[in-house]
Design a protein around this ligand. Structure first.
Ligand code: PGA
Length: 261
């Protein structure tokens, strides 16, 4: 099971960043879950330099820039230099700022070219009884996967994040039954791009109001490979409770994970 904590912009002091990182280090030692933290850009350097632990570093975004004269951009080369293992691409909060599927594809190319695994977010803004949201998801996936080679497609981690479930609380998250259905649906869509075996092996995360109270139900028998956490990852006690809730043998398994060194 892969747990990616996306601190977003909740963490605004080095002190808090270090405390949260130390908490994750302890959990990574004792637990069977893999933990990655997507921290604000400037904190990547702070935490990377002292990281001898199992906690993997992730970035919340990457630039499409190849480097050089692009003021303010954080390139994949810089992230690679800081030993970043994953980068979140196409998060709905960035898409809301104008990030298109084309930009998402360019960012994926940048990440892959530098050996960083992209965690690509897809998700509908609302649900309707006619199932239009399923067609929307199919369109999002197609727009991204059609630009990638067969080999590149296998490198992608997908994060299914229905926008309507983000930033709320456990009561408003996707239900375990719906998650089971969605994971199946996404794997079925993936068959078209990565073959049946590839689809079975693909890592799919869920994100949207995962909290200590619903984490284990969402993990158990739903077919999900892990979670992309937002607010629950920015509080040491809540994050600890959540990871501990996942530590029952049936749930925690990292067997499927193939993570770059
Ligand atoms: P949330 O955020 O856990 O606060 O709902 C999830 C996300 O945006 O990845």
């Amino acid at each position: 099971m892969l747990i990616v904590g996306n601190w977003k912009a909740y963490v605004e002091s080095q002190k808090k960043a270090k405390t949260l990182f130390a908490t994750a280090k302890k959990l990574a030692l004792t637990s069977r879950v893999k933990i990655a933290l997507a921290v604000p850009g400037p904190y990547i350097g702070l935490l990377s330099s002292q990281n001898r632990s199992k906690v993997l570093l992730a970035a919340q975004d990457v630039s499409v820039s190849l480097g050089g004269a692009t003021t303010g951009e954080i390139t994949a080369a810089v992230l690679k230099d800081l030993k970043v293992a994953f980068v979140i691409i196409g998060h709905s909060e960035r898409r809301a700022m104008g990030e298109t599927n084309e930009i998402v594809s360019e960012k994926i190319q940048q990440a892959l070219a530098h050996g960083i695994t992209p965690i690509v977010c897809i998700g509908e803004s609302e649900r309707d009884i006619d199932g239009t949201y399923l067609a929307f998801l199919r369109g999002q996936l197609h727009a991204i996967f059609q630009t990638l080679s067969q080999e590149q497609r296998q490198e992608i981690i997908l994060a299914y994040e229905p926008i309507w479930a983000i930033g709320k609380n456990a009561a408003n998250a996707l239900s375990p039954t719906d998650l089971t259905e969605m994971i199946l649906y996404i794997r079925k869509m993936l068959v078209e791009y990565v073959t049946e075996m590839g689809a079975e092996k693909s890592i799919i995360l869920y994100g949207g109001s995962v909290e200590p109270s619903n984490a284990s139900a969402l993990a158990k028998d739903t077919g999900v490979d892990g979670f992309l956490l937002g607010h629950a990852s920015a509080d040491a006690d809540i994050f600890t409770a959540l990871v501990k809730a996942l530590l029952i043998p049936k749930v925690a398994s990292s067997a499927r994970l193939k993570i770059r060194p």
